[in-house]
Ligand binder design. Structure first.
Ligand SMILES: Nc1ncnc2c1ncn2[C@@H]1O[C@H](COP(=O)(O)OP(=O)(O)O)[C@@H](O)[C@H]1O
Ligand SMILES: [Mg+2]
Length: 366
């Protein structure tokens, strides 16, 4: 378990102070794979390093398990080596002058009390976990990128920490290997049952690996939820924009129907559209409708009575292999639509689109 309460950290620089973390609170439950997702510079690494004890926050509290490892109000700062944490950095930070075995043995040798035999056993187990047994004698620089990443992981796990902190551990791998490693890494930490706090700017990593995704922007938390909640029900424009491709349609609330799934109607430049409205919104208030490209349907003929049907012109069709990416225009509104690759649609066609009301989510604001 990791619990962070109201964390603040400011870096002092020549040009003044940078408020890198602004009041972050979160809880990672035991055994959970919890991801901080956000653009570069939003404060992910600073948050992670604060949990590890490598940065000293200005304010807040941090618990690892039941232990209070940092508290500004009580003046508690537990040093990193006493926090029982394993960490993998983006750069891996493995020691080039040591071989594979000695890299993993290093944290154990620091503990002094361990016998040679115990060290050999623990290192052997850690290397087996990441499938590097057999390469124990190899000098670390002679490993491939993927092997170095696994070595860094073995070194983080060898002391059997109760918590694992991972800072963009896959970002130095090439695309294909990164994809394979996503599944392997999740599978490994789930098998070990170790509580994991993961940091990435890669939305696909966050969606595919995590139990919980917390989206950060400018030192704060914007939204937290399961990958599906974050993707399907973004509460903020920033989240909708940062994760996946999204269409935005500006509008104004026209009417609200009571009870049923908070459905209502918004007036947009492309006509009136039924949509899911935020709680407590009133007619007349400005909204932005969010519709994913894969949720928009192409229909053959529009009967007048069907709701949320728009006539659109096909501006461009891009073949993506597993899909057709279409750019369409409805008046001055541009829409991106993702269709099955077998769909027959060409540039210049006029088509009918259906925007399923339960897939049109209205967010407050203009
Ligand atoms: N050692 C440092 N000194 C001064 N500013 C820093 C330092 N480390 C990070 N920052 C600044 O703090 C903010 C958050 O950085 P960081 O936590 O590294 O973000 P992320 O990991 O999300 O990219 C950024 O504005 C960054 O420039
Ligand atoms: Mg970072």
């Amino acid at each position: 378990m990791i619990r962070i309460a109201n964390l603040h950290l400011r870096y002092q620089t020549d040009r003044g102070s940078v408020h890198a973390v602004r009041g972050i609170s979160l809880e990672v439950k035991p055994g959970q794979f919890y991801t901080l997702l956000g653009p570069s510079g939003c404060g992910k690494t600073t948050t992670l390093r604060s949990v590890a004890g490598l940065e000293k926050p200005d304010e807040g509290e941090i618990f690892v398990g039941d232990d209070l490892v940092f508290s500004s109000s009580r003046g508690i700062t537990v040093p990193p080596y006493k926090r029982d944490i394993g960490m993998v950095f983006q750069s891996y930070a493995i020691w080039p002058h040591l071989n594979v075995f000695e890299n993993v043995a290093f944290p154990l040798r620091e503990m002094k009390r361990k016998s040679q035999q115990e060290i050999r056993k623990k290192v052997g187990e850690a290397l087996a976990l990441v499938q590097l047994d057999g390469l124990a004698d190899r000098p670390a620089p002679f490993l491939s990128g993927g092997q170095q990443q696994r070595l860094a992981l073995a070194r983080a796990l060898v002391k059997e920490p109760r918590v694992l902190l991972l800072d963009e551990p896959l970002s130095n791998l090439d695309a294909k290997l990164r994809e394979e490693t996503r599944f392997e890494l999740r599978e490994l930490v789930k098998r070990l049952g170790i509580t994991t706090l993961y940091v990435t700017h890669d939305q696909l990593e966050a969606l595919t690996m995590s139990d919980v995704v917390t989206v950060m922007d400018q030192g704060g938390i914007v939204q937290s939820g399961t990958p599906m909640e974050i993707y399907q029900a973004p509460q903020e424009r920033f989240v909708a924009n940062f994760i996946g491709l999204t269409n935005f349609l500006k509008g104004r609330v026209r009417s609200i129907s009571v009870g049923k799934n908070r459905l209502g109607e918004a007036e947009t430049a492309s006509g009136n559209l039924r949509c899911v409205l935020p709680d407590g919104i009133a007619p007349g208030e400005p909204v932005v409708l969010v519709v994913r490209p894969e949720d928009i349907q192409l229909i053959t003929a529009a009967s007048d009575r069907q709701e949320n049907v728009l006539s659109a012109r096909v501006e461009a069709v891009i073949f993506m292999g597993d899909a057709l990416e279409c750019q369409l225009s409805v008046g001055s509104q541009r829409l991106r639509v993702k269709l099955h690759p077998s769909t027959s649609v060409r540039q210049g066609d006029t088509v009918c689109l259906r925007l399923p009301p339960e897939r049109c989510r209205a967010l407050r604001g203009s």
